[in-house]
Design a protein around this ligand. Structure first.
Ligand SMILES: [Zn+2]
Length: 147
């Protein structure tokens, strides 16, 4: 599939990017996505036109949003629980679809993640950040290949 022009420049994904951003990306792109450090409340956008297909707390991902189109699934993890999109919403590339969430979340049934002091965290996270994962036919890709 020709992806050229399909995804936004990653520099636009989170509008707070500093010079240190790209090295951080490279350093953390070995798991099932990339981690973009950002303060709580930082807005993030749809990387492509698509449909919102998931907005729930998802284990290690914490509060999660999934954007789907064709055979792609783009997952945004460690989001704010104050969702501004819902399942079934059709969104446009560049549209703000959520906010980076808090490090700690309380009262989430089944959340097994805590920090070393036992405070419940927003999934497996040690600080506020956006985790971005991209799957094609449910196989995880390196997101950096798309930007
Ligand atoms: Zn991550």
């Amino acid at each position: 599939m020709d992806l050229f022009g399909r995804f936004l420049d990653i520099q636009k994904l989170v509008p707070i990017l500093e010079k240190e951003f790209l090295p951080l990306l490279g350093a953390s792109s070995s798991h099932s996505g990339i981690d973009i450090p950002a303060p709580e409340g930082t807005k993030f956008i749809a990387v492509a036109d698509g449909e919102i297909t998931f907005t729930q707390f998802l284990g290690a991902g914490g509060y999660t949003i999934t954007l789907s189109f064709d055979n792609y699934k783009v997952t945004y993890c460690h989001c704010s629980p104050n969702y501004i999109v819902k399942v079934g919403d059709i969104v446009k590339q560049g549209q703000v679809i959520g906010y980076v969430g808090p490090q700690y979340v309380y009262g989430v049934k089944g959340n097994q993640y805590t920090d070393s002091s036992g405070k419940p965290t927003n999934g497996a996270t040690t600080g506020t950040h956006l985790h971005l994962g991209i799957r094609i036919n449910n196989m995880y890709q390196n997101p950096l290949d798309f930007f």
